[in-house]
Design a protein around this ligand. Structure first.
Ligand SMILES: Nc1ncnc2c1ncn2[C@@H]1O[C@H](COP(=O)(O)OP(=O)(O)OP(=O)(O)O)[C@@H](O)[C@H]1O
Ligand SMILES: [Mg+2]
Length: 354
């Protein structure tokens, strides 16, 4: 929109927000399809009618919004109303903004009132998700914190009563629980960065086989993987790939942890060139029960987990977010031994792919 020129009415048709425009005579001149849907009345019924009738908005106290704000004869310096939550007579809520197009020669004259509005479903959903995130994280942080607090308090109170072996055991638990909390908080930060599209990647040429070997060595050395076997099968020549090595390590770490925690038997990682020359395919397979049929998409959602596992359900959401930040893709299917097989395709990328 340049100066005070109004866009053609058709320009509003594609907008997801409802738009109602009233001319200097305070009658409706434009009503787009989203407005018809949100106001549950047609443009035909509304064009030429007073805007106060078409958009009978009330504030939270039930007062007539237009009588309060007086767009056409209120303050002449005002050119817009910031976003407000208002309600329709039937009680539904809308987020409403309005702008007043004034005559450049005579600022006291409003040539048009443009009102844009949207329903609150998206915002309600985001708020629900945020509240859910907080409640799950608070719950998951509480149990390791309770253990740290419990053991520390016990040691401080009765230091003399325990022998060295017992003290060492308690400190080991405290240490492991502190690690768990650090990981949870790290996951939470990653989730919020993924949600906000603010993941920072530091791309460099990576040796994917080396990254896989390191991730496997790290995971297989852990206590809970003692009786599991790990195999890495790599093709000799892989295309040169630009990626953030820390993030790739995080993807692999999550998949290997899942294979140990939710899967069973041997864990095999295969690394091959993508057949169409588009990059590298990394497959992480185990010999467990696999993910439940029908849940192949849902496993990547925030908080999704089968049954009441010990995890928070963020690992695969993060794997997907990190992979997609590399313009790659991830999916799950059934591996050669019937267990879950996660396939990550990483494109070769260029130094400036982000
Ligand atoms: N290898 C696997 N075999 C069978 N089920 C799996 C496997 N990997 C993941 N799942 C299922 O997918 C769910 C989601 O995995 P995800 O990594 O997102 O969360 P989590 O491991 O439960 O918790 P977190 O990773 O946040 O600690 C798991 O709870 C599990 O039910
Ligand atoms: Mg996990």
């Amino acid at each position: 929109m340049s100066g005070t020129a109004m866009p053609e009415p058709a320009a509003y048709d594609a907008l997801p927000d409802g738009v109602v425009v009233a001319g200097a005579d305070q009658r409706v001149t434009v009503m787009n399809p989203a407005a018809e849907r949100l106001l549950r009345r047609t443009a035909e019924q509304s064009l030429g009618r007073p805007y106060t009738e078409v958009l009978a908005l009330q504030d939270a106290e039930g007062r007539d919004w237009w009588a309060c704000t007086r767009p056409f004869d209120g303050l002449t310096t005002r050119t817009r109303q910031p976003e407000r939550m208002l309600q329709l007579p039937d009680g539904r809520h809308l987020l409403v903004t309005s702008s007043f197009i004034r005559d450049p020669a005579d600022r006291s004259t409003v040539r048009a009132l443009v009102v844009a509005f949207r329903d609150t479903r998206t915002r309600d959903r985001q708020e629900r998700e945020r509240a859910e995130l907080i409640s799950i994280m608070a719950h998951d942080l509480r149990s390791p914190l309770a253990s740290v607090k419990g053991f520390t308090a016990t040691l401080l109170r009765a230091w003399e009563r325990f022998n060295d072996e017992q003290k060492k055991q308690m400190l080991e638990t405290v240490n492991a629980d502190a690690d768990r909390m650090t990981r949870l908080i790290g996951d939470l930060l990653d989730v919020s960065r993924i949600d906000a599209g603010r993941l920072e990647l530091r791309p460099q040429v990576v040796d994917l086989v080396d990254l896989v070997r390191k991730a496997v060595d790290g995971r297989s050395a852990a206590e809970d993987a003692r009786d599991r076997s790990f195999h890495v099968v790599a093709t000799e020549s892989l295309p040169e790939t630009w990626a953030d090595p820390d993030k790739v390590a995080q993807i692999l770490g999550n998949l290997l942890e899942n294979a140990v925690r939710h899967g069973a038997g041997a864990v095999t990682v295969r690394i091959d060139p993508e057949p169409e020359g588009g990059g590298t395919v990394i497959r992480v397979a185990d010999e467990g029960d696999g993910v439940p049929a029908g849940a192949e998409q849902r496993v990547f959602l925030k908080f999704w987990r089968a049954g009441t596992g010990r995890g928070t359900g963020l690992g695969l959401f993060i794997v997907k977010g990190l992979t997609e930040a590399h313009r790659g893709r991830v999916q799950v299917g059934s591996g050669p031994s019937g267990g879950a097989e996660f396939t990550v395709v990483l494109p070769t990328n260029t130094p400036d792919f982000i």
